[in-house]
Ligand binder design. Sequence first.
Ligand SMILES: O=P([O-])(O)O[C@H]1O[C@H](COP(=O)(O)O)[C@@H](O)[C@H](O)[C@H]1O
Ligand SMILES: [Mg+2]
Length: 560
Amino acid sequence: MYQDEYKRWLGADLIDCDLGKELRDIEGDDDAIKERFAAALQFGTAGLRGTLGAGTNRMNIWVVRQATQGVADWVKGEGGTQTVAISYDTRLKGWTFAKEAAGVLAANGINVRIYDEPMPVPALSFATRFYKANAGIMVTASHNPAKYNGYKAYGPDGCQMTDDAADVVYNAIQKTDVLTGAKYMSFAEGVEKGLIKFVGEDCKEGLYKNIEACQVRPGLCKTAGLKLVYSPLNGTGLVPVTRVLRDIGIDDVTIVPEQEYPNGYFTTCSYPNPEILAAMEKGVELAKKTDADLMLATDPDADRVGIAMKCPDGSYELVSGNEMGVLLLDYICAGRQEKGTMPKNPVAVKSIVSTPLADAVAKHYGVELRHTLTGFKWIGDQILGLEKKGEEDRFIFGFEESYGYLAGSYVRDKDAVVASMLICEMAAYYRSKGSSIKQRLEEIYSQYGRYLNKVDSFEFPGLSGMDKMKGMMENLRKDPIQELAGKKVVKVIDYLDTAATGLPKANVLTYELEDGSSVIIRPSGTEPKIKAYYTTKGKDLAEAQAAKDKMAEAVKPYLS
Ligand SMILES: O=P([O-])(O)O[C@H]1O[C@H](COP(=O)(O)O)[C@@H](O)[C@H](O)[C@H]1O
Ligand SMILES: [Mg+2]
């Protein structure tokens, strides 16, 4: 079968000359052909994501056209404005794929609003809502290495499609032949016919206005004298982040020069993920040199932000996504209570794999903290639930451990622009009080307990890797773990059991141990990895770390 499909592609006019060459180069190499043609890319945690290349299991113009025909078929049944918003980041083929998607939509008679420059996830979510579009498309593979690209699909609320809508689109995609099934019109023809239009200044400015309205203590940064280093990691953060920081009065921003402008090869940060130390290194170096208070880095589609903070002893320390989630939740709650801007019955949302320390903090401030599956779309979906009742203002904050945050309802995906703004405001606030982010974090730990959250991931590339990970999850279910590192497992939660969890089905297992620690195991939906999320507690960091290390040792054999 996969050989037949390979031959069909080999004989087709693939337009993109890289694809034809790749196919000719792998002639006779069964493994290479199988990897590319034995499967089709699946809609995972965040839409389609795969390596660039030829085949149904790769990201290329044909898979993008096919996916977009699926979106178009869905949109045509929806009525409304018959519009789709499109954005793209700075990755290789980003603009090419975005133009291809626009061409397919236009050929289907659907209106397109596309950005005239690479813009981040929150900008796409905002444009989808602004133009009352039926759907949105963001061409990105987020923080993955340069060889990847991807396709995030959004519904009319500006939230990535959750399972039901994604299934309908996915079925439509499968009905479309990848090489011949999509209608197509050139981008130029679409523009000429008035079907393809660029996103207007009113929409771009609207996003900034909404983000800046999320300041907890407006005006505070103007006098704070905060010194920053910022890296967009060669992605889309540069324009919006520097614009918003300037608007709120932060002038002293040094940009990491090698990572300032768009470069899809990510030459100085091969894995442009602020979760990874290597991606932060250049920024930290520069922060030390310039004696900055804070170093921030956003990922290529600017929906994740990581920071390094200056500690009282002058060293720089990275802050994890869980820690930042808790710090921001604490800052927003305390600040809004003080300012009298806290809504009635406030709601915050986090994913099940994010730290339970947030539960303690939310309780302290009387905030309802909801738990969702992994994937920011589930947090966006909670806001939609509130919006349907006219209560979206109750939403004050959402976060997940993978460096994703949102503090308003103007978009429905994580927003590293608003998060960067609030992190700076928070740093300015603590500085004005003679304190620091580091000191506040220590206060939080001494008030609620020394939690430690760590994620280990194990990579299993290719189709064989997928099978391996599937087998591991099956074994864990067949033969449940009874104890880990000498601690009894007191509760297992299987997220396939929707009745037990009250959440949609997901391939996730949680183990709670007798000492209150826990580990959650799940395959990633965006990368060929299986992930283990640990939560331990101790009287200090060393004790919590030792407990984590022991547990991780015990878990390892199940994930290899
Ligand atoms: O990659 P991004 O920044 O778009 O982020 C996406 O992937 C992350 C990791 O997911 P997984 O553990 O399944 O790989 C999710 O936490 C996030 O909600 C999702 O939007
Ligand atoms: Mg991202």
